[in-house]
Design a protein around this ligand. Structure first.
Ligand code: PEP
Ligand code: MN
Length: 338
């Protein structure tokens, strides 16, 4: 930590700060300038008391942390990119992973036809929400346990692995029994109790970035999962809320590059929630590959016009097939393969 003292502070008041730094367990080293003094506080910021409380002293101008607050997720702590093994499907290595399926599980026919179509096109993981976080309580809330059962039926028939959202701590046990990856949605990214309960299952967890979440907050949310003993975390950029109205959210592709630099965890991009428009999904996929993402999560529906949720952003089977063909050139150019 670096503590900056206000200009022209008398020596006795500087000494007060130095004494407080020692008291809080750090080794203080003061650098006295002509007008201004800076105190370097040596110590492990991860285990010691945070010195930001020193801002309460009137002679302190600023307290700046030197260490990153996230430790286990950082590339500093783990140079190699992590590979998360989802029951035999590796995510984060040279292979690129496609997760696709409907926004919501609506019926057996809807789910099974979609599962077959996305598998044929090259997906290895089936998405489908059984518990849906809807803005309005009057909108379709998902089929719940019946949705989980249908996901199991689709898995049995196709061999696709399953990713589905856990909305609440109450659902962790039965969602974990049906899913290969637990999805934590954008509205729950900082629901720390939920993160801890999901971590305890030991299952791979895909952590979406929150609607208005900074990258450091997103990484700190992932840190909750790793620090509770579960290293199998996938980060997912799914667009953030901005002033723009042409798209539902602003897909932050720079965040993908930053997350890859800052962290060793695999990064997935969700262009469907990321823009909210089916016509943009394919080009955003190209962008995600170019930025170094390790996989994509795409909403696919047999007939998007009839979808019970997120119809405007779901692509149909034809468009998904075309998207996959288009993407293969971009994957090759980036030394990735399906
Ligand atoms: C979804 O994947 O359908 C979803 C609800 O995602 P998010 O949490 O990113 O809004
Ligand atoms: Mn959706």
């Amino acid at each position: 930590m670096i503590i900056v003292i206000k200009p022209n502070t008398p020596r006795d008041q500087i000494d007060e700060v130095i004494a407080e730094v020692s008291k809080l367990g750090y080794d203080p080293r003061a650098i006295f300038g002509t007008n201004q003094t800076v105190i370097a506080a040596i110590g492990d910021e991860q285990t010691h008391h945070t010195l930001t409380s020193l801002m309460a002293m009137p002679q302190v101008e600023q307290v700046m942390p030197v260490q990153k607050r996230y430790k286990l997720v950082s590339r500093e702590s783990h140079k190699q990119s992590s590979v998360v093994n989802v029951d035999g499907v590796e995510i984060g290595g040279s292979k690129f992973v496609m997760m696709a399926g409907p926004c919501s599980v609506e019926s057996e026919e809807q789910l099974l036809t979609t599962a077959r179509a996305v598998k044929k096109a090259g997906a290895t993981i089936l998405r489908g929400g059984a518990y849906k976080p809807r803005t309005s309580p009057y909108e379709f809330q998902g089929l719940g346990k019946e949705g989980l059962r249908l996901l199991q039926v689709a898995k049995k028939e196709t061999g696709l692995k399953i990713i589905t959202e856990v909305l609440s701590e109450y659902d962790v046990e039965h969602v974990a029994a049906a899913a290969d990856i637990l999805q934590i949605g954008a509205r729950n990214t900082q629901n720390f109790r939920l993160l801890i309960e999901c971590a305890k299952t030991g299952k791979p967890i895909m952590l979406k970035r929150g609607l208005s979440e900074r990258i450091d907050e997103w990484l700190l949310a992932a840190e909750y999962i790793l620090s509770h003993g579960n290293p199998n975390v996938l980060l997912c950029e799914r667009g953030i809320r901005t002033f723009e109205t042409y798209t539902r959210n602003t897909l932050d592709l720079a965040a993908v590059a930053i997350a890859k630099k800052e962290s060793h965890l695999p990064v997935i991009v969700d262009p469907s929630q990321g823009c909210g428009r089916a016509d943009l999904v394919s080009v955003l996929c190209r962008g995600a590959v170019a930025m170094g993402a390790d996989g994509l999560l795409i909403e696919v529906h047999p007939n998007p016009a009839e979808a019970l949720s997120d119809g405007a952003q779901q692509v149909d089977f034809n468009s998904f097939g075309e998207l996959m063909t288009d993407l293969s050139k971009f994957l090759k150019a980036n030394d990735r393969s399906l």
